[in-house]
Design a protein. Sequence first.
Length: 252
Amino acid sequence: MLTPLIAGNWKMNTTLHEGVELVMGLRERLKGVDSVEVVIAPPFTMLQHISHLIADSPIKLAAQNVFWEKKGAYTGEVSVEMLKDTGCKYAIIGHSERREIFKETDETVNKKAMALLRDGLKPIVCVGETLAEREQGVTLKKVKAQVKAALSGVSGGAVREFAVAYEPIWAIGTGKNATSAEAEEVHGAIRELIFEMFDAEFAKEVRVIYGGSVKPDNIDSLMAEPNIDGALVGGASLKAADFARIVMFQPV
Ligand code: PGA
């Protein structure tokens, strides 16, 4: 059994004061949780500070993005090494907001993935279709192409470092989540593809998590699906009580 991964993506929310309050609330509620890997991704500006606050807790730190070069004249960018300095263990890459608003491509997502592996952070790679693509029936084609591109050039055991987050774009921040069955179909296809690309012994360790309007009232049925290994949570990760309830899911 894979250890489930529940990650909170704070996006561009919270001042330092609000972020600290949120983390303190989570620490209190998540004491002793050890059957789930809990990750939070605050804005860059507070990573270092929050890293100290979670040092003796089960909560781990992620960045919301990263740049692939090691250092140099890349104004506004942050390297893997810099993220490691702050205590990050993970980085989210290829979030649909990055792809849609900031024009990131499969190719740049792959470069970020390779840089994370090279310098020792775990990638959480986001993939997902638009509503139009779902209606055209090309969901699996789109998502599989994104996964294939993101993992291109990854060799053998390195794939174990990855988590893939399936996030249908139409479900993000809309309150309209994919049903458990809809999500399971795509998760199954992603898992199958990873098994085609890599040795089973490594492929079986890749967690495929779901994101898109995950809330306390839908996490239990999502987590009951065999191919859903966790969740990437946006809005509901900004409330300590909601996020803690999601972490303490009870599959039904
Ligand atoms: P949401 O965001 O939970 O607010 O829909 C999820 C995400 O974008 O990762």
